[in-house]
Ligand binder design. Structure first.
Ligand code: SF4
Length: 346
């Protein structure tokens, strides 16, 4: 059977380009390890060519993606300069389209008219929260109504829309994050990304953390909250294309994160918890397990889902054994099972 070719995304970091100010939680220079304040056409071309060189034959569509700034907040000249270079790669057939992320309050008729002749197919909005009080505390400088209006306008223009939200922002608890998730789902984006709020060196939140005005949520609470959100979006048929920050050397070494629920395999933790919940409810409903010690249980999953079922350091297996009084649990690979499913034999 032929497997679908994976798309190639060429990330171009434009740290804080076009930002009207620094939002409380943000320091893109920490996240991307990039110290550049400008991006020359020459450097942009070199970066794209570099990625294309290592593309290989097994890739599907190719997109140039501008991340880490407020794309449409830049001056018209700067927007045009970046899109003009990127467009050349689309014209030559090496790249299929362009995407960028921008603030909801930069989406208006004038800017969309300005970019309409460039091959931009996807626009991502940094929504962060749909609670105006939380947006205020995060020093975003826009309201949730901007997000609603922006999504309507992007839909009118036929763009693919991605919405990014955060969990653990100042003043927002788990219920609040879920409510934001519901409001985002109601806008029917094409995909979402969910990021945990961590305390980044050099961000305004770092001062609040040092002055004990802000405490990040613990990793386990964050994972559970993101799990609930993932399941909510899944139920509505909305793909979640990222959970957690993109791992990097600086983030992994902890030099850029002062505190907060960062984990290099955050998404894996979320999926592992989903598999743990599903296995526990199957075992719960298995009458033969009640009240006595069971010798051996076999849990069958798709080969690609084995590590999710086991959990980090086999933690899921230890938890299930303890909870259900089972001596041994074998996780077996079974190609015939759907990647999200579990079958328990025992
Ligand atoms: S969150 Fe977005 S708009 Fe705010 S400072 Fe960071 S990149 Fe700029």
């Amino acid at each position: 059977m032929e497997t679908a070719k994976r798309p190639l995304i060429i990330p171009v970091f434009i740290p804080h380009f076009g930002c009207p100010h620094q939002c409380a939680f943000c320091n893109q220079r920490s996240i991307t390890s990039s110290k550049d304040n400008t991006l020359s056409s020459q450097n942009l071309r070199a970066r794209i060519n570099n990625f294309l060189e290592f593309k290989g034959n097994n890739r599907g569509t190719v997109q140039i993606a501008f991340f880490g700034g407020n794309f449409l907040g830049q001056t018209k000249e700067d927007i045009r300069a970046l899109l003009f270079e990127a467009k050349k790669f689309v014209a030559s057939g090496q790249v299929d389209s362009i995407r960028f992320s921008t603030r909801p309050d930069t989406i208006d008729h004038g800017r969309l008219a300005f970019i309409k002749d460039f091959p931009v197919s996807t626009i991502e909005l940094g929504v962060q929260s749909m609670d105006d009080r939380v947006l205020d505390l995060a020093k975003r400088g826009h309201k949730s109504s901007h997000t609603k209006e922006a999504v309507l306008l992007l839909k009118e223009h036929g763009y693919e829309i991605g919405l990014q939200m955060m969990v653990g922002l100042p003043g927002e608890n788990q219920i609040g994050a879920y409510t934001t998730g519901e409001k985002i789902a109601a806008l029917s984006p094409d995909f979402v990304r969910i990021y945990p709020t961590v305390v980044l060196r050099g961000s305004p939140l770092a001062n609040d953390y040092k002055n004990k005005k802000y405490s990040p949520i613990p990793l386990d609470v964050c994972v559970s909250t993101v799990k609930e959100l993932f399941l909510l979006f899944k139920k509505r048929g909305i793909p979640v294309i990222r959970m957690g920050l993109q791992a990097s050397n600086d983030l992994d070494q902890g030099s850029e994160i002062l505190a907060g629920p960062y984990h290099p395999s955050f998404g894996h933790l979320v999926f592992s918890e989903i598999f743990l919940d599903n296995a526990a409810s199957l075992l719960e409903s298995n009458g033969s397990l009640k009240g006595s010690v069971t010798d051996n249980i076999i849990i069958r999953v798709h080969p690609r889902s084995i590590s999710k079922m086991r959990g980090l350091k086999n933690q899921n297996i230890s938890k299930l054994k303890k909870k259900f009084n089972i001596k041994t649990i074998t996780v077996a690979a079974d190609e015939n099972i759907d990647q999200d499913s579990i079958i328990v034999d025992g």
